[in-house]
Design a protein around this ligand. Structure first.
Ligand SMILES: *[C@@H]1O[C@H](CO)[C@@H](O)[C@H](O)[C@H]1NC(C)=O
Ligand SMILES: *[C@@H]1O[C@H](CO)[C@@H](O)[C@H](O)[C@H]1NC(C)=O
Ligand SMILES: *[C@@H]1O[C@H](CO)[C@@H](O)[C@H](O)[C@H]1NC(C)=O
Ligand SMILES: *[C@@H]1O[C@H](CO)[C@@H](O)[C@H](O)[C@H]1NC(C)=O
Ligand SMILES: *[C@@H]1O[C@H](CO)[C@@H](O)[C@H](O)[C@H]1NC(C)=O
Ligand SMILES: *[C@@H]1O[C@H](CO)[C@@H](O)[C@H](O)[C@H]1NC(C)=O
Ligand SMILES: *[C@@H]1O[C@H](CO)[C@@H](O)[C@H](O)[C@H]1NC(C)=O
Ligand SMILES: *[C@@H]1O[C@H](CO)[C@@H](O)[C@H](O)[C@H]1NC(C)=O
Ligand SMILES: *[C@@H]1O[C@H](CO)[C@@H](O)[C@H](O)[C@H]1NC(C)=O
Ligand SMILES: *[C@@H]1O[C@H](CO)[C@@H](O)[C@H](O)[C@H]1NC(C)=O
Ligand SMILES: *[C@@H]1O[C@H](CO)[C@@H](O)[C@H](O)[C@H]1NC(C)=O
Length: 642
């Protein structure tokens, strides 16, 4: 897979010098609990920084990782973490069950094993993170533990304050089996299925009807075709209650389920046992699988959450498409990039973005807005490119230009994946497609609208980068790549429009709400956007009334000196035009009202290229406060060649 080249922008360089811009990668510590049958934590102490994670591996006999205070060893700290007990017999390998905690501060953390059979804590089975080297030391803690009263554990026995996870390997050495397949798990435990070749699945069934999906819900990973081992593909489910859980592989080639590729969590030891389930599966009818996947769990490939199992991230046999293909229609957001599109675009998106542990609400809603604008833009570009290649506009532009538009259209699809990948990674809703209404009857109108949308998106990308720079710095790279691609395309379309290509950078920042207003007012059919928890909700953004700006067209070195405005007649009072230009520029000129909803304004003499105009009720606000005074717009004006 080739990756899109990353465009390094001056902006990205300057923000990277902000103090604390990148947090160092957390260290991952591993602590062996009871290794070689000893009553020890190994290492006994660790020194960890905020954000570091510590994973505990369990060995025989039957241990726990339980947090206490320094003062009261062998007894749980109120609100502290607890792994639950992990009985295991395998002296060679650690248990497939692990417990992982995150270090939130640098205060000492005191830990013990709560096993009372053999008095593990009193025998010195204690551990500390960031223990002081004088005063309350690990030795002082261990000494106090020796004389502590009988150990206790949280009464419900359930894991808390960390991640208890059990790994199940899906097929070892081509065996049609899950290893382990007979799990005893606690409520709150995560079961992680790791996929090996070739093409398996993990699907929940009832006990009564093996090899068929559980009616009315249940989990399914979908088919996970993999070529290498380990594949990096995992499916995680959470055990929510103590009821038995039954699962199978739905692969029909070689009838995996019927051949015994089944398993259980918390199966009874008599009656409906796992053995009885295996026997039932052997005579079950041909396996089936729910049509949608993944459901009821999280499918991840090398750290990237996969929204649909037809994703190319899972397809290791991609071939090259043709660089001059066409894209017949805009695929729904979240659809994986096809090899043809990737070839046209010059590469796929990365399979992982250097995710942070969480995403801010600001970044989430801005990514949803970016996706919304991408959906509008793609509708214009895909149809326009089709018209330029095979439709009524073929032969208008040289093939090289048409191919470049195709390549950039494909890039727009690949870059839309940034939003969908990031939103699905954090399990946030993906914004669906609305109905659009574009006034495009000739190629000039296509070019006009494509350019407006490109500049709109450039403005939004700049606003987004500025907003998330401190909260979600990992997003800067993907957004900068998208910005670079959109700027190149804007230059190209500008040239098709017979304007000077890009003699000077002229990306203008636009606040997100104005971007939304423009798209809704100009291109989206009213109330046609899907709004619910699964298809995204952009109701957090404000729509202000549209603004129509007209002006005499100019050629050569002539410039637009004034514009005529038309807007909602209910907008009255003292009005201004705010002009958003390149270099972050914002200037105001007064509006001279001619009649209700009509007026004129002069264009600042130092503006050039494309600028955005917004009708406001006051002058002097900064770009970030513009929405507080904006009353109509924005609208785009071509002022003059730079
Ligand atoms: C267990 O044995 C292994 C191999 O001899 C050794 O590396 C490890 O330190 C031992 N662990 C403990 C806690 O004794
Ligand atoms: C493990 O130890 C805990 C606490 O003593 C106990 O409740 C549990 O039954 C033990 N599990 C096994 C399988 O021995
Ligand atoms: C860190 O904070 C999380 C979330 O509040 C909590 O679940 C976890 O137990 C904390 N870790 C430690 C070691 O206290
Ligand atoms: C995986 O198996 C399913 C079910 O047999 C099949 O539909 C799918 O095409 C297979 N995928 C690959 C890449 O072989
Ligand atoms: C996941 O990463 C491993 C190791 O780098 C690699 O071999 C494997 O192909 C990756 N999986 C996928 C599906 O790309
Ligand atoms: C599953 O484990 C239980 C004990 O928890 C045991 O009684 C049963 O025989 C096991 N079944 C299989 C098929 O391994
Ligand atoms: C546990 O509950 C979550 C959320 O309702 C659900 O998605 C998941 O499928 C449940 N796990 C199982 C094993 O049913
Ligand atoms: C993987 O990609 C190849 C080449 O494009 C394609 O033929 C095949 O159908 C894809 N497999 C899946 C499961 O999508
Ligand atoms: C597409 O490109 C191939 C070479 O990659 C060329 O042979 C073919 O003629 C081109 N098709 C069109 C329609 O330009
Ligand atoms: C352009 O494409 C659209 C949508 O595909 C189509 O409806 C329209 O007729 C085409 N126009 C021309 C001039 O080819
Ligand atoms: C979200 O963005 C707004 C506007 O830029 C900013 O004032 C606010 O601090 C941001 N919130 C967070 C949590 O970063």
């Amino acid at each position: 897979m080739s990756f899109l080249s990353c465009v390094v922008l001056a902006l990205a360089v300057s923000v990277s010098s902000v103090a604390g811009f990148t947090a160092p990668d957390p260290t991952e510590f591993v602590v062996e609990v009871g290794q070689n049958g000893t009553l020890t934590f190994n290492p006994e102490t660790i020194v960890a920084a905020v954000g570091d994670i510590v994973t505990y591996n369990f060995h025989p006999k039957n241990h726990s990782v339980t947090q206490s205070s320094f003062q009261d060893p062998c007894h749980p700290l109120a609100g502290g973490f607890f792994s639950g007990f992990v009985p295991t017999q395998d002296l060679t390998n650690a248990s497939p069950t692990t417990f992982t905690i995150t270090v939130n501060d640098t205060k000492p953390i005191w830990v013990y094993c709560g096993q009372t059979v053999g008095n593990h804590c009193q025998s010195g089975m204690v551990h500390a993170i960031n223990a002081p080297t004088t005063g309350n030391t690990i030795d002082a803690f261990k000494n106090a533990a020796k004389t502590a009263s009988t150990s206790t554990s949280p009464p419900d026995g359930l894991p808390v304050g960390g991640l208890r996870k059990t790994s199940v390997i899906v097929s070892v050495n081509d065996a049609l089996a899950y290893t382990q397949n007979n799990l005893t798990s606690l409520v709150g435990e995560v079961i992680e299925f790791s996929f090996n070749p070739a093409n398996h699945s993990v699907v929940q069934s009832s006990f009564a009807d093996p090899c068929h999906p559980l009616a009315g819900g249940g989990f399914s990973s979908g088919f996970v075709p993999t070529a290498v081992s380990p594949s990096g593909a995992t499916f995680q489910i959470v055990v929510n209650d103590t009821k038995p859980i039954w699962f199978y592989c739905a692969q029909t080639k070689k009838t995996h389920c019927q051949a015994g590729m089944v398993g259980s969590i918390n199966a009874p030891t008599s009656g409906n046992t796992l053995d009885a389930f295996i026997a039932k599966a052997a005579t079950a009818s041909l396996s089936t699988i729910p049509p949608a996947a993944p459901i009821g769990g999280i499918l991840t490939v090398n750290g990237t959450v996969i929204a649909t199992t037809n994703s190319d991230v899972l397809n290791e046999s991609n071939t090259q498409g043709s660089a001059n293909s066409t894209i017949s229609s805009v695929p729904p957001p979240g659809t994986s990039i096809s090899p043809d599109v990737a070839t046209m675009a010059g590469g796929y998106q990365p399979s992982s973005y250097g995710w942070a542990n969480s995403i801010s609400d600001n970044a989430t809603s801005l990514l949803q807005l970016l996706l919304f604008v991408d959906n509008v833009l793609l509708e214009v570009l895909v149809n326009g490119h089709n018209n330029l290649t095979t439709g009524g506009w073929s032969n208008i532009y040289p093939e090289s230009i048409t191919d470049t538009i195709g390549s950039m259209t494909a890039q727009a699809l690949v870059h839309r994946s940034t939003s969908t990948d990031c939103l699905s990674h954090y399990q946030k809703p993906i914004v669906g497609i609305c109905n659009y209404n574009f006034a495009i009857s000739n190629v000039d109108e296509f070019v006009d609208i494509a350019l407006s949308l490109l500049l709109l998106e450039i403005g939004l990308l700049l606003d987004t980068i500025g907003t998330v720079v401190l909260s979600d710095p990992w997003l800067i790279g993907p957004l900068a790549s998208t910005l670079g691609s959109k700027s190149r395309m804007a230059g190209m379309v500008n040239m098709m429009q017979d304007h000077i290509v890009a003699a000077a950078p002229r990306e203008a920042m636009i606040p997100a709400d104005l971007v939304y207003s423009y798209a809704m007012n100009n291109y989206v059919v009213g109330n046609s956007c899907p709004v619910d928890g699964t298809t995204g909700d952009l109701s957090g953004y404000t729509v202000i009334p549209p603004l129509t700006v007209t002006y005499a067209s100019v050629t050569g070195t002539q410039r637009v000196t004034s514009v005529t405005l038309s807007f909602d007649a209910k907008i009255t009072g003292t009005l201004f035009m705010a002009w958003l230009g390149p270099w972050g520029g914002l200037e105001y000129t007064p509006v001279v009202s001619s009649s209700a909803g009509q007026g004129t304004a002069t264009v600042p003499t130092d503006l050039s290229g494309h600028v955005w105009g917004v009708l406001t009720s006051a002058s002097g606000s900064s770009v970030s406060d513009l929405m507080k005074v904006a009353v109509a717009g924005p609208a785009m004006v071509w002022v003059t060649n730079p």
